[in-house]
Design a protein around this ligand. Structure first.
Ligand code: HEM
Length: 457
C-alpha cells in the first residue's frame, strides 16, 4: 500500500509537533491544503501521528471503536492513589461494554427534562455574578466566565448552595488539575512537592464527595446530578459504586466547566465584534424577555441567539481537535495504519470546509436558519459513542448565561487588546472587556493577535 503523504522533515516528528502546538490552526490548514484528507508526520515509512480531515474521516474514526480507541496515554496519574481513583473512573477512559453500561446508567441525569431543572440555578447564579460586577468598568471575561461555569457546575453537580462553598470546592479541584503535568513528570510523595500537595487535595476531595453521597442517599428528593447518578439502576438493578460515583462526578466537573467558559468567552467576543448582529440579538432579547431571565420555553423563541451559539462553536470550538489511537492494524482512506498509531481528527478544519459552509471564516449566525449539517460535518461535541454526554446541559447553559448577561451590560472589547486562542481555545492573554450601561451604541474595535488568522471580520 502507498505511503501516507505528509511532511517528513529532517528534524522529524518533533519539529512538526512543535509547529502544530505553536499555531494549531495554521498548521492544520496548511496540512490539509498541501496533503489533503490524510497526512502523516514522522520519519521513514512508519507514521507515528496521522491527521485526518473532513466528514468522511470523522465518520470512519468515530464510529469504529474496535479500530480507533480513546488513548489512555493522556493521563498518567499513579493508579493506586486517591488521585488515581478520581481520574480513572470516568467515561472518557472507558471502552466497549463497560463504557456502554456506564453511559446508560448516566444518561438519565443528562436528559432534557432533568437538565431543565437546572435552568433556574443557571440564571440565578449568572445574575449574582452580574451583581458583583456593579461599579466595575473592565473585566477579564475569560476569568469571570470560568468563575461562573465553576459555580454552576458545583451547584448543579453536587448541590452546593452558597457561592463561597461553590468557589471553595471549585478551586480545590482546579488546584489539583492544574498541577497535573508536574505530577505526571515527578510522582514522588515528599512534603512540599506538587505531587504531595495534589495527593492531599485528592484525599480531601474524595472524602468530601463521599460524605455528600452518604447524605444524598438519605435524602432521595435532591435534584442535582450526583443525586440522579445515585438513583440510577440498570436492568439487572446494578447501581454505580461509591468509587465510580466519585470518579464520574469529578470528571463531569473537569470536562464541563472550562470548555463552557471558553465557549461563552468566544460567543460574546464574536457577537460584540459584529455590531449589526449584536444590535439584532438585543432586539430579539428585548422583544421576548423584556429584561427578565429566560424561561426554558422562551429559549426556543430566540433563534438568533441560538445561531450565535452554534456559529461560535463552529468557528472557535473549545474542543477543536480530537484524538484516537488505532487498537489494531487497519485501513483509512486507502492507506494502511499500524497498531498504536495516533490519529487526530479536526473539528476546526471540518467546520471551515467551503463546500459545507459558505464564506467559512466569517461569523454569520443567520446561516443556521437554512443549513442542517450532518453529525460528522458539525461536531463541536464530537460524535459516536464518546460524544459529549453534557451537550444539552452546555447548550442550555450557554444560552441562559448569554441572555442574562447581554441584558444587564453593554460589552465591548478593550481596544487594541491582543486576542489569541490556544489549542484548547483559551484566550492566552485573557479577554479584556469593557462593561457599562446600554446606550444603543454598537461598534467593533480594533484588536491584535492571532484571532485575525481565524476570523475574517
Ligand atoms: C461547550 C461545552 C462543551 C464542549 C465543547 C464539550 C466537548 C466535548 C467533546 C468534543 C467530547 C468528546 C471527546 C471525544 O470524542 O474524544 C466530550 C465528551 C464529554 N463531555 Fe463534553 N463538552 C462540553 C461541555 C460538557 C459539560 C457541561 C459536561 C458535563 C456536565 C461534559 C461532559 C463530558 C463527558 C463526561 C464526556 C465523555 C463522554 C464519553 O466518553 O462517553 N461536557 N465533550
Amino acid at each position: 500500500m502507498n505511503r501516507i503523504p505528509g511532511p517528513r522533515s529532517i528534524a522529524g516528528w518533533r519539529w512538526n509537533m512543535f509547529r502544530f502546538f505553536r499555531n494549531p490552526f495554521a498548521f492544520q490548514r496548511w496540512l490539509y491544503e498541501t496533503y489533503g484528507t490524510l497526512s502523516a508526520l514522522g520519519q521513514g515509512d512508519k507514521p507515528s501521528t496521522v491527521f485526518a480531515f473532513g466528514p468522511e474521516m470523522n465518520r470512519q474514526i468515530l464510529t469504529n471503536p474496535d479500530f480507533f480507541e480513546v488513548s489512555t496515554a493522556l493521563v498518567k496519574v499513579p493508579k493506586d492513589t486517591r488521585m488515581g481513583e478520581l481520574f480513572y473512573n470516568n467515561l472518557v477512559l472507558m471502552s466497549g461494554e463497560k463504557h456502554r453500561r456506564h453511559r446508560r446508567l448516566m444518561q438519565p441525569a443528562f436528559q432534557q427534562d432533568q437538565i431543565r431543572q437546572y435552568g433556574r440555578d443557571m440564571a440565578t447564579i449568572t445574575g449574582r455574578l452580574a451583581d458583583e460586577w456593579e461599579g466595575r468598568t473592565e473585566i477579564d471575561l475569560n476569568v469571570e466566565m470560568k468563575k461562573l461555569t465553576q459555580r454552576i457546575a458545583v451547584k448543579t453537580l453536587f448541590g452546593v448552595q452558597d457561592e463561597e462553598g461553590m468557589d471553595r470546592m471549585g478551586s480545590l479541584i482546579d488546584r489539583m488539575t492544574r498541577s497535573l503535568l508536574l505530577v505526571t513528570l515527578a510522582p514522588v510523595d515528599i512534603p512540599f512537592t506538587p505531587y504531595h500537595r495534589a495527593l492531599r487535595i485528592a484525599e480531601k476531595l474524595h472524602a468530601r464527595i463521599r460524605s455528600m453521597i452518604h447524605d444524598k442517599r438519605r435524602d432521595p428528593d435532591e435534584t442535582d446530578v450526583l443525586a440522579a447518578l445515585i438513583r440510577a439502576h440498570d436492568e439487572d438493578d446494578a447501581t454505580l459504586t461509591d468509587e465510580e460515583l466519585i470518579g464520574h462526578t469529578f470528571s463531569l466537573y473537569v470536562a464541563g466547566h472550562e470548555t463552557t467558559a471558553n465557549a461563552l468567552t468566544w460567543a460574546l467576543f464574536l457577537l460584540v465584534q459584529h455590531p449589526d448582529t449584536y444590535a439584532s440579538v438585543m432586539e430579539e432579547l428585548n422583544a421576548v424577555l423584556s429584561g427578565s431571565p429566560p424561561t426554558l420555553e422562551q429559549l426556543s423563541e430566540l433563534p438568533l441567539l441560538d445561531g450565535v451559539v452554534k456559529e461560535s462553536l463552529r468557528l472557535l470550538p473549545p474542543a477543536g481537535i480530537g484524538t484516537r489511537v488505532t487498537a489494531a492494524p487497519c485501513e483509512l482512506d486507502g492507506y494502511f495504519l499500524p497498531e498504536r498509531t495516533n490519529v487526530f481528527f479536526s473539528q476546526l478544519i471540518t467546520h471551515r470546509l467551503p463546500e459545507l459552509y459558505e464564506e467559512p471564516d466569517r461569523f454569520k449566525p443567520r446561516r443556521w436558519e437554512t443549513i442542517k449539517p450532518s453529525a460528522f460535518e458539525y461536531l463541536p461535541f464530537s460524535a459516536g459513542p464518546h460524544m459529549c454526554i453534557g451537550w444539552h446541559f452546555a447548550m442550555q447553559e450557554l444560552k441562559i448565561v448569554l441572555a442574562v448577561l447581554l441584558q444587564r451590560y453593554r460589552f465591548s472589547v478593550v481596544r487594541d487588546a491582543r486576542i489569541s486562542p490556544n489549542l484548547m481555545m483559551r484566550p492566552v492573554r485573557g479577554m479584556p472587556m469593557r462593561i457599562g450601561r446600554h446606550d444603543g451604541r454598537f461598534e467593533r474595535v480594533t484588536v491584535r493577535g492571532s484571532i485575525h488568522q481565524m476570523i475574517e471580520f
